[in-house]
Write a protein that binds this ligand. Structure first.
Ligand code: HEC
Length: 146
């Protein structure tokens, strides 16, 4: 292949990678497709039963809300004394940049599993409770501010 041909193939590959990324940001190609051009795509919540979701709510209120706040605003009663501050789970930019798999991993293994602070504790018991774990991820997705 002559150098010029290689160059143009490289360029078109780079172009399609960039176009794919823009489509993801647009929300139409990678998410539910409800977002307009200014919306940022967020991975859809895992599908869980209403019963599992209710169980997740109870677990969250007992184990997470004191730091992350009842609606994930990062404003639980313990939050002011923590450094780093608890993640604001409602934050739409954070939501757009985190995968369901990463949330699930952090829940089981704690903050260090995603390069975050150990102030985010591990809930190792969730390793053996996939339905509750998925429901917690779904609950966290429901906190996202529009
Ligand atoms: C003792 C306070 C505390 C408790 C309890 C706690 N967290 Fe956290 N959590 C944190 C802090 C602090 C961070 C931010 C760590 C950082 O930025 O390095 C965090 C981060 C997170 C993140 C973001 C991880 C990422 O990869 O960006 C998620 C998701 C999360 N917590 C969910 C939960 C859930 C769900 C529970 C309950 C099962 C919970 N946390 C309990 C303090 C807490």
């Amino acid at each position: 292949m002559r150098p010029m041909e290689r160059g143009s193939i490289c360029k078109s590959l780079a172009f399609s990678a960039a176009a794919g990324w823009l489509l993801c940001l647009d929300g139409a190609a990678c998410s539910q497709g409800t977002g307009g051009p200014s919306r940022v795509a967020t991975e859809a919540a895992p599908a869980v039963s209403a019963a599992a979701l209710a169980q997740a709510r109870t677990f969250y209120d007992a184990r997470c809300a004191e730091c992350h706040g009842a609606q994930g605003g990062g404003d639980g009663e313990k939050s002011a004394s923590l450094r780093p501050l608890p993640q604001r789970l409602s934050d739409r930019m954070w939501q757009a940049n985190v995968s369901n798999a990463r949330i699930a991993r952090v829940l089981v293994q704690g903050g260090p599993a995603a390069g975050k602070s150990p102030t985010m504790p591990a809930f190792a018991e969730l390793a053996a409770q996939p339905e509750l774990r998925a429901a917690l991820v779904a609950l966290i997705r429901s906190f996202k501010t529009p």
